[in-house]
Design a protein around this ligand. Sequence first.
Ligand SMILES: [Zn+2]
Length: 245
Amino acid sequence: MGQMSDGMGRRELVKRLGVGGIGLASTTILPMRPAQAASDNSSDATASSSVVSPETALERLLDGNQRFIKQKREYPHQTPKDWQALATAQHPFATLLTCADSRVPGEIIFDQGIGDLFDVRVAGNVVTPEVLGSLEYAAALLGTRLIMVVGHERCGAVTAAVQGEALPGHISTFVKAIKPALASLKTKSADVNQQIDQAVTANVQYQVEQLKQNSNVLAQLVLERKLKIVGGRYDLDTGAVTIVT
Ligand SMILES: [Zn+2]
């Protein structure tokens, strides 16, 4: 379990991760070197005014979703001034693990802007090693205090997992990552659409559990109350995100 002592500074964590940790330097999707990440945040992200409590971060997301539903969006942080201010450092307040589905774009459904959300998107919002590494990076190095896994109604990836048919190429990789979630369904509806709907929620809950169980970095931050991990379900018809775990 946790390798970090209580109250370990982010700088110390950066140092440890850089030495023997999750190998940020070698990843192709996150080319930033640990040393660079540290200097980008030399004012310490945890002390930044943009860093909020996990509860406030959740509130901010849900408020944004309400504005989206009511068509009262504010389109925050989308001017040249905003992106220029973020050109050398980022302090996103929340991290999303969302399905790659074209109908579930985080910044739109939560009415957020540039620099607000650290987005990880993959079909079926599944936790693979690369996804886990990205989420750890956001929480440990960028200081985001909330991770929300967002599944959605009528998800094609979940549908494929429920139907269990043979799929070409590498498509089965993410289906394989959803399958264990289906095992947790105690009562299966006779109606296949209902079954898929149940599986969407079960998959979100399962992926949240994967995050909690498979990452010492995240578990320690949760223990220190510096991170909250929740699961949401997005309704394609109403535009509403409901917290399911
Ligand atoms: Zn989907």
